[in-house]
Design a protein around this ligand. Sequence first.
Ligand code: GLU
Length: 420
Amino acid sequence: MKYDESNPWKNALTQLRNTAEIIDLDKNIQKILEKPAKTLITSFPVNMDDESIEVFEGYRVQHNATRGPCKGGIRYAPDVNLDEVKALASWMTYKTAIVNIPYGGAKGGVVVDPRKISVNELKRVTRRYTYSVIGMIGPERDIPAPDFNTTPEIMGWIMDTYSMIRGHTELSIVTGKSLELGGSLGRLEATGRGVHIVMEEALKQQKQSSKNATIAIQGFGNVGSNFAQIAHQNGGKIIAVTDAHSGCYNPEGLNIPEILDYVTKNPNRTVEGYPNAEIISNKELFTLDVDILAPCATQNQITRENADKIEAKLIVEGANGPTTPLADSILNEKGIVILPDILANAGGVTVSYFEWVQGLQYFFWDENQVNEALKKILVGAFAEVNQMKEKYNTRDFRTAAMALAVHRVARAIQLRGIFP
Ligand code: GLU
């Protein structure tokens, strides 16, 4: 039977099993990591503007809480499903272990297209979803954050709902909040900034520079646009960007500040209609002969269908799960280096950790402090992943990153022991 690579949870288990074999993981620990610790499926009614009632489905999955409170974003998408959320929750367990911050992994999702409902409906969906998961979340229990299609504004509504029900203002119930509500300086850009830091470390290792490196970016949301801006500021030549609606291409390099300005002013927040570039599709973007390809949209973008058409030298994963295990094998065979999501996009959760700490202490840092601390953690994590790469002689960074993560989580499980 053909391996079904469209299921992210199946792919996450494949990654875990590949790693387990290489590091000779204790089978008992593997059994624990193969199941999420807690899963909640909720259906909740919401009053719509036209006075009808819509019933929405939502999820919260806590994969593992051994190293600390669970941490992970909430995504809003019409096609989000439980297996996707399980996979994303497990990647949070590994991601937080790689950057060695005291968290376990979680993720949430609501089946909704936020563009198809009004702001007031979105607010009510968010508040009612928060109410449905309130027994699971909390600053020492599970701390949500933004993910695909969720924003600082939505985090503010979650914080308000939780705080009203608990009877006191709780800053650290979510991260990725607006600055006025206890958000952290640098959080909005953190994931894109982290992608850039990890990319620079990899290029340095290959004795190359990011100056004039040609870059193609899939996704122009929070991660893709911030990565584009930072790469552009540092001399990178971004020749293509795409979003869910369209794409821009210029082999001489795109004017990123102008595109960002265009997108911000466009009510649909898309690059569609930007006049000073050629149009390019996602499919074409993946085949460009560039130094760096950055998938910054969603999972399962590089599959067995298109992996052999990829000409980039380095892939840096801003999105979660953009490359399937089958595509990984093809790319490894071709000698294309992949900087995996659980390392490359860990900047977001790292600054979320700083935000959580600041909220718990009611003491806030300046932006330099945040950015310096972020860089130190990511540079250190890249070096530790490299040590694993050498120790286990893995040809790819994903297995090395997973080895580091699984070692840390397994050690924590062993030290705590099994209750009762
Ligand atoms: N959703 C982001 C991620 O996948 C951030 C999670 C967080 O900050 O908790 O890493």
